[in-house]
Design a protein around this ligand. Structure first.
Ligand code: DQA
Length: 140
């Protein structure tokens, strides 16, 4: 089973970015632990601050992987291009947000990804990525 986590802008700063909202852990440390817990799965991750690179990655993996866990961060609320590619690809996408975006500013309440996502997990911190991964494992 091949699953990829794709993270958008500023998520490379986890652990040193607004810790009250996003927590103290770095994504790389969290991801290393997640990989160790799930050694039977081919689990990879990709992060970019550049919209086009996220679209390129979604096109690259979106017809062959078994699942995509996508936190497009701020692009969630702005990017028609990312919304369109999620609609175009055949691999199911679970949308994840670390924070509960509905409890925050109104501009975070809209997502261009949600209409095409298999499901959405938000507000559970980094655990949301693990829950998304589990959702693919139980639906195998
Ligand atoms: C986020 C929520 C977005 O609104 C924000 O722009 C992010 C992170 C989250 O994981 O909670 O960068 O996607």
């Amino acid at each position: 089973m091949k699953i990829i986590i794709i993270n958008g802008p500023n998520l490379n700063l986890l652990g040193k970015r607004e810790n009250d909202i996003y927590g103290d852990a770095s994504f790389v440390e969290f991801f290393t632990r997640l990989q160790k817990k799930n050694e039977s799965i081919s689990l990879s991750q990709f992060q970019s601050n550049i919209e086009g690179e996220i679209i390129d990655k979604l096109q690259e993996v979106g017809y062959s992987y078994d699942g995509i866990i996508l936190n497009a961060a701020a692009y969630t609320h702005t990017s028609i291009g990312i919304g369109d590619v999620v609609k175009a690809i055949s691999t199911p996408v679970v949308e994840v947000h670390i924070s509960n975006t509905f409890a925050r500013e109104e501009f975070r309440h809209h997502s261009f990804i949600s209409p095409s996502a298999k499901g959405i997990i938000l507000g559970f911190g980094l655990q949301g990525y693990e829950l998304a991964l589990k959702s693919f494992l139980i639906s195998e």
